[in-house]
Design a protein around this ligand. Structure first.
Ligand SMILES: Nc1ncnc2c1ncn2[C@@H]1O[C@H](COP(=O)(O)OP(=O)(O)OP(=O)(O)O)[C@@H](O)[C@H]1O
Ligand SMILES: [Mg+2]
Length: 350
């Protein structure tokens, strides 16, 4: 297949506008297949940046044509709402001043939402985006521990709390406000109120993107956040096992019901890469995330390998993107961040 390879290499020169990453490494190239003496190249992308699809299509044609290999470009672009148009027509909501707001959710508990949320936030910050991380899991906040910020207390200025800064991101959690040993017995309306305060009583000014770490399942908090703010989109985390995949589907349906766009699925703990021999083992089976994403009609945004360092990082307060960004899991998180930045129109502000 030398010709197919030539086409793929040509597409590596096409960059996503604004984020300087090529469309192949961003995962937009879905297929190159020979058909009737030419190659059908299928590109698929979702973004809320109007015009990005057309620009990429044009540049892809230029790059492909230059190879001299006969081809046909099958380009599919899904535009997500940018939020701007609706914002004008609708009443104000909380955090309207923060351009991008991403919820990280899952149906099933313990699949790695908090890990994904923390590393996604740090990854976005590494791309130059001023990023916040809001721990919306008020029943079991884990962001303070993940960032090594247990016992941290937000400063108060002008009757507003300042988010706590570390690893290039600003975070806020109910865990900074209550004793970690105090059991949280929030009831529905109180929980909603607590979340609201983390948004309205905190100085998020200047933040370009906020990542929300949601509690497991599809409960009050999810509804409350979906109603109080205009979410840019939701990311659903799953593991490759059947049980988690079924619950991922429930998560997707819930966000669709409240009209929140689904940015895509992240398959966490997708395979184990042996640190000694680099051999790959699919501990929980293979292809589950990709199949489910296809079935639900949403992109698979990333596959994060299982890595014992991720567990250590979470326990010791240094996320993998801080302790070992070069590791396969670290690289997977960086790629996820780049993809999410491309989808939501985030550009590094320098
Ligand atoms: N890719 C990974 N490799 C190894 N361990 C991981 C990975 N991702 C997450 N973990 C570990 O799995 C456990 C659960 O992760 P995490 O707390 O992020 O899940 P969660 O979905 O937020 O859980 P909950 O539903 O309780 O909020 C943690 O110990 C974490 O370190
Ligand atoms: Mg969690």
């Amino acid at each position: 297949m030398p010709d197919a390879q030539t086409l793929v290499e040509a597409l590596r020169k096409v960059l996503f506008p604004g984020i300087e990453r090529d469309i192949v490494s961003l995962g937009y190239l879905k297929d190159v297949r020979e058909e009737d003496g030419r190659f059908v190249v299928r590109l698929e992308l979702s973004t809320n940046q109007q015009g990005a699809g057309e620009r990429i299509e044009e540049e892809a044609h230029v790059a492909l044509r230059a190879t001299g290999v006969p081809y046909r470009l099958d380009m599919r672009v899904r535009y997500l709402p940018s939020g701007a148009e609706e914002a004008e027509a609708e009443p104000e909501r909380l955090l309207d001043g923060v351009p991008v707001k991403i919820a990280v959710a899952s149906g099933k508990g313990g699949v790695g939402k908090s890990t994904v949320a923390a590393n996604l936030a740090i990854g976005l910050a590494r791309l130059g985006v001023r990023t916040g991380l809001l721990d919306a899991d008020i029943y079991g906040p884990s962001i303070p521990m993940m960032l090594g910020l247990e016992g941290a207390q937000p400063r108060v200025a002008d009757h507003r709390m300042e988010p706590v800064e570390r690893y290039g991101i600003r975070s806020m959690s109910i865990g900074y406000l209550v004793d970690r040993h105090t059991p949280m017995v929030w009831r529905g309306p109180m929980a909603g109120k607590a979340i609201e305060q983390l948004m309205s009583d905190v100085d998020w000014e200047g933040t370009e993107a906020i990542v929300f770490d949601l509690p497991p399942g599809t409960g009050d908090i999810h509804i409350s956040i979906s109603q109080k703010i205009r979410l840019t989109g939701a990311i659903i985390v799953t593991t490759p096992q059947e049980v988690a995949l079924i619950d991922a589907g429930k998560g997707v349906s819930m966000f669709r019901k409240v009209s929140v766009p689904i940015l895509g699925l992240v398959e966490n703990m997708s395979l184990f890469i042996c640190p000694h021999c680099n051999g790959q083992t699919e501990i929980f089976g293979s292809g589950g995330g990709a199949r489910e994403a296809e079935r639900l009609g949403v992109p698979l945004l990333g596959q994060i390998p299982i890595d014992p360092q991720v567990v250590l990082g979470g326990d010791e307060g240094s996320p993998i993107l801080v302790r070992n960004p070069e590791s396969p899991a670290g690289q997977a998180f960086l790629e996820l961040a780049a993809r999410v930045a491309g989808m939501t129109g985030l550009r590094p502000s320098g």
